[in-house]
Design a protein around this ligand. Structure first.
Ligand SMILES: [Zn+2]
Ligand SMILES: [Zn+2]
Length: 154
């Protein structure tokens, strides 16, 4: 894996801030049920890196840990107590930080190269290349329903 360019990340409310750098162990999209449930999305996008390569800049006291006892027993989730945003957490063995890449405020320079737990992917997952691309949110589709076929309101 390539080096990560030193990059800062933050949660939605800005209370939790951190910095990562150095050699990543992996950058993966995880499609497991536990990740889908906790993110409310098709997959999480996580960078794994040695725990020495993350430094908390602010808000470590806001980090709340939840341990999954249902879909992936013993697997920890961490989130900001104030805004509910997923934040970095230690792996099961405590040696690696798992960093939600969506938190990064800059480009770390590396790209994901693997989809994990593919067999547990959502049935509605679709190839991104097959979907229309809008420059703005769904509201922009309302202005151009002929192109998108979207006739509702957002
Ligand atoms: Zn927050
Ligand atoms: Zn997962």
């Amino acid at each position: 894996m390539p080096d990560i360019k030193a990059t800062e990340g933050s949660c939605l409310c800005g209370g939790v801030r951190f910095e990562i750098w150095g050699n990543a162990l992996r950058f993966a999209y995880c499609h497991c049920k536990s990740c889908r449930k906790s993110s409310g999305s098709a997959h999480v996008s996580n960078i794994g890196l040695p725990k020495e390569n993350l430094r908390w800049l602010a808000g470590e006291e806001l980090v709340q840990v939840y341990t999954d006892e249902v879909d992936n027993p013993g697997f920890r989730r961490a989130f900001c107590r104030r805004c509910g945003c997923a934040v970095p957490k230690l792996s099961r063995n405590g040696l690696m930080y798992v960093v939600p890449a969506g938190l990064l405020d800059g480009d770390p320079g590396m790209r994901p190269d693997v989809l994990i737990w593919w067999e547990e992917r959502a049935p509605w997952l679709k190839n991104l290349d097959a979907l229309d691309k809008l420059g703005e949110g769904a509201g922009s589709a309302v202005r151009d329903p002929a192109r998108s076929g979207f006739t509702g309101e957002y």
